[in-house]
Design a protein around this ligand. Sequence first.
Ligand SMILES: Cc1cc2nc3c(=O)[nH]c(=O)nc-3n(C[C@H](O)[C@H](O)[C@H](O)COP(=O)(O)OP(=O)(O)OC[C@H]3O[C@@H](n4cnc5c(N)ncnc54)[C@H](O)[C@@H]3O)c2cc1C
Length: 382
Amino acid sequence: MGDPWDLVVVGGGPAGAATALGALSAAPDLRVLLLDRAAFPRDKACGDGVSPEAADVLAGLGVPGLLDDWTPVRRLDLSHGSRRVSRQMRRAVRVVPRTVLDDRLVAAAVAAGARLERHRVRKVRVRGDAVAVDDDLAARVVVGADGAYSVVRRAAGVPEVRHRAVALRGYVATPPRWSGRQVIAFDPRRRQAYAWCFDRGDGLANVGYGAFGTDGLTRAVLLRRLGELLPGTMDGPGDGADWRGHHLPLSSWRWTQPDGRLLLTGDAAGLVNPMTGEGIHYAVATGALAGRAAAAAVTEGRPSTAGARYRTAVRTLLGPHLRHSVVAARLSVLPAVLTAGIVAADRDQRVFDDLVDLGLGSGRLTRRVVAGLARALTPTRC
Ligand SMILES: Cc1cc2nc3c(=O)[nH]c(=O)nc-3n(C[C@H](O)[C@H](O)[C@H](O)COP(=O)(O)OP(=O)(O)OC[C@H]3O[C@@H](n4cnc5c(N)ncnc54)[C@H](O)[C@@H]3O)c2cc1C
């Protein structure tokens, strides 16, 4: 098998590239191998919304301004039936196709010193003081950044994610009324489901529909609900381009990271915001922490401590946020609560800002949000 790599990262999406960057920023001489089954640039089903907190993480990894040439989007419209709110977000989101984002991230990881190889990993086994990756590679630590159907997750003995959503996206010419906006229309007919239209700023918009669960959610159903909730995005077969769907492994109350040499990041770790489907911020944030934990464990000569170090770092950074977002997602299953959230956000910019932080960043269910919800749910006396 030859000399073991210090770190093998399986998957070159945002989580994998951030892992390599995190490791190499902590220990520039580390021998890091980044494996992906696809050749870059490669597409990935996504709404393409990159939150400001994700951009902050990337800046902290030595790639500031990576997406500054894409148009900042500040306006967010939310609706549930006849209730609506349209406000400016405190900080801009960028809507960047994954063919661009992931390619730039992988290039940054390679520039930092990672070796990139095209390789589909099939088998990962911990053997004494090293990890065997397929039949020909060995590593001191392996990070699983291999998405929703992770091979590394299985090897680490972590059960499959139970809560999944499914979503489909495509690209259309931006409908003029939604230029410069991110538009989300929650589905009054189905719980935890919404259609979106995110303007990229280059004449195209990313549009799609996603829903909790997977039962009965065929491509035809997803497309029909998108067209019904956001008329003008998908009015008939043949509209739009590059339709692509994927499962989203949603975060739940418990998050599992075993001790040892196998670390799980991003979708492989089951980290997708259950309220919004946001996963890029979690992917880069956990990738950065996994890379740093692996680098520290290897340089201290104790690679088997990587898992425990990483678990502590994730719990410190994201623990309370993950629990709050799960509570918020459970509450928003109730249509009355969802409507109340929209009413409260419409009444108060600060409630709107707190909800955006909870859905796109690492915010919490603040007292302001809870009070706003309670007020909106209380019937007014005449
Ligand atoms: C339709 C849709 C819309 C979404 N919209 C948004 C959004 O607007 N904003 C947002 O933040 N999040 C969104 N998400 C979630 C987001 O796409 C994911 O959370 C994010 O891609 C996770 O990044 P990752 O690096 O963990 O995994 P991925 O991006 O899935 O990358 C995994 C990589 O691993 C590689 N791989 C897999 N298996 C192997 C193997 N065995 N060997 C080698 N390589 C392997 C794959 O080729 C891939 O490159 C959306 C998801 C969907 C499905």
